[in-house]
Design a protein around this ligand. Structure first.
Ligand code: NPW
Ligand code: ADP
Ligand code: K
Length: 499
């Protein structure tokens, strides 16, 4: 599977293992990397008047010297600019020695219309904010607006977090090696990469596996084998039953969005658990969805005993009051096999921020239900303030830390939604669309997650699938999308996945 994301540390390990096994050595890998980039440049920019290659002091610069040599050998007019000579004895120094083009100082670099820029300043080794000489080179490039081809990463983008260290190139094309890195997929780095091409430089799948990488780009290819489809002898309850808690009379829509999404995502039965005061409002809008009164924990226990739902959704439209959090804790404490999993969303998360210690304690109990948390940025910060405040952690690492802390699957939502499991697995979603930035779309996501869990999809895979399906449905519906459209738009996506 080629969906692993390698941190720069894991990539360096893959590099080391590959060289240790042989036959290729460090300079051999560098020649392959530079060769792949030169081929792409020649194929994509056959009419480029001049190619300006900018080389840094490390191996990223080494790749640049290889590109410069190969382009010059192919008759391209190459201008080479370097921040300084590579370290003596390094692979980059070998590559520089093989390059027939003389390097000028970076200060002399002046991009011109019709040229293209190869950014080989920093890649995986970026360790501090860019200096002013490089910031100025980036500004000069942006001012002229020439295409930039980034080697491995646009210089200035952290491969670990996607953060910008001072400034960064806006690349047209980013060419990376073996696998993508988290910084290619996490914002703001993702927006600076342009098109991303991954080239094979001979690092094998077994070597990638040996690095222990546990992060993935979210893709149906690796969770589709777990995607549920109903057995021929299924009945509605065996397909999976989801219960969704509704808010009061003026806040019932969120639960219905979640419930409709659960039904469209394949739950055989969905029940909305409504306060008595909101029964009339819910009844006026529900047809195939079952409606049941639930004002107290006793009412809920009676429902659990009688109807044995697999999964409960708690949060959409409930309000942020502390008693909402108290009820969430009670639900977890009475679970004990009465239901399998809880999806905590929206106000279910916010309300628990008043009872964080009790919540984390409850999560340690052996009979606690499986839990999926679906916070957006604000909700994440309320439930996990220390993790959110730790600027040394990327969004990916924050989601993983939260998953470990809460013994839960965490879906940390946003343009680059991260899904993390307590065992360290994590995925970054890449089919998101700003069309999803519409009120109620998060409620729909909670229903999809619940439906897949209710159909016995393993929790991490279910969360990844739900996030992908949610975005895919939005893309297919297109502009004009409102949350009400999403459940029906799921139909086509479910049909294709279930085939
Ligand atoms: N792994 C593989 O399989 C393969 C890897 N390959 C290539 O190697 C690249 C990684 O190489 P790399 O480790 O040498 O790091 P790189 O990005 O060149 O930077 C390190 C140098 O920059 C310096 N430096 C850092 N930040 C700075 C700043 N802000 N301002 C100024 N200086 C700064 C840093 O200094 P230091 O932190 O040591 O003080 C060090 O001198 C990778 O991206 C890919 O292109 C390919 O050849 C194919 C095989
Ligand atoms: N710019 C964006 N690109 C991709 N996905 C987005 C973007 N903005 C929001 N989303 C997605 O839309 C959903 C919004 O959820 P949420 O903020 O909980 O909304 P609500 O509370 O209105 O239901 C999440 O799944 C989030 O990942
Ligand atoms: K670069």
């Amino acid at each position: 599977m080629a969906f692993e994301l390698l941190t720069p540390g894991e990539m360096a390990e893959a590099d080391r293992l590959t060289i240790a096994v042989g036959p290729v050595d460090g300079i051999g890998l560098m020649r392959r990397a530079g060769g792949a980039i030169a081929d792409l440049v020649l194929a994509r920019y056959p009419g480029a008047r001049t190619v300006h290659v900018l080389c840094g002091p490390g191996n990223n610069g080494g790749d640049g010297y290889v590109v410069a040599r190969l382009l010059a050998e192919n008759g391209v007019a190459v201008g080479l600019f370097a921040t300084g000579a590579p370290r003596e004895g390094s692979d980059a120094a070998l590559a520089a020695a093989e390059c027939p083009v003389a390097a000028a100082p970076l200060a002399a670099f002046a991009p011109e219309a019709g040229s293209i820029v190869i950014d080989a300043l920093f890649g995986a080794g970026l360790s501090k904010p860019l200096g002013s000489e490089i910031v100025q080179a980036i500004a000069r490039t942006a001012a002229v607006g020439v295409p930039v081809i980034a080697v491995d990463l646009p210089s200035g983008v952290s491969g670990v977090s996607g953060d910008i260290l001072g400034s960064a190139f806006q690349a047209t094309l980013t060419v990376t090696f073996a696998r993508k890195k988290p910084g290619h997929l996490l914002f703001p780095g993702r927006a600076l990469c342009g098109e991303i091409v991954v080239v094979d430089i001979g690092i094998t799948d077994a070597t990638i596996a040996a690095t222990g990488a546990r992060c993935f780009e979210n893709d149906p290819a690796w969770w589709r084998p777990h995607f549920p489809s109903p057995a021929n002898d299924a009945h509605k309850y065996s397909r999976g039953h989801v219960g969704v808690f509704s808010g009061g009379p003026s806040a019932t829509g969120a639960a219905r969005l979640s419930a409709m999404a659960a039904a469209r995502a394949g739950a055989g039965a969905v029940t909305v658990l409504s306060p008595g005061a909101a029964l009339a409002a819910n009844a006026a809008h529900l047809t195939s969805i079952i409606l049941r009164r639930s004002d107290t924990l006793q009412d809920t226990l009676a429902f659990l005993g009688a109807r044995k739902p697999e999964v409960l959704v708690y949060g959409p439209g409930l309000g942020p009051e502390p008693e909402v959090g108290r009820f969430a804790l009670e639900l977890m404490s009475v679970a004990d096999g009465r239901f399998g999993a809880l999806v905590l969303d929206a106000d279910g998360i916010t309300s628990l921020s008043h009872r964080r210690a009790a919540f984390f304690e409850a999560r340690k109990r052996p009979n606690a239900p499986a839990l999926v948390l679906t916070p957006h940025h604000g909700e994440f910060g309320r439930l996990f303030p220390e993790i959110a405040a730790d600027a040394s952690l990327s969004k990916l690492e924050q989601a993983r830390a939260a998953a470990r802390r809460a013994h839960a699957i965490v879906i940390y939502k946003g343009p680059d939604t991260v899904i993390a499991a307590p065992d360290g697995r994590a995925a970054v979603n890449t089919n998101g669309t700003p069309l999803l930035a519409t009120a109620g779309s998060g409620d729909v996501l909670s229903g999809i997650v619940a439906a897949l869990l209710a159909q016995r999809m393993p929790a991490f895979e279910a969360a990844c699938a739900a996030v992908w399906m949610h975005a895919e449905a939005a893309r297919r519906f297109g502009p004009g999308l409102i949350a009400e459209d999403l459940p029906l738009a799921l139909r086509e996506v479910v049909a294709e996945l279930g085939r």
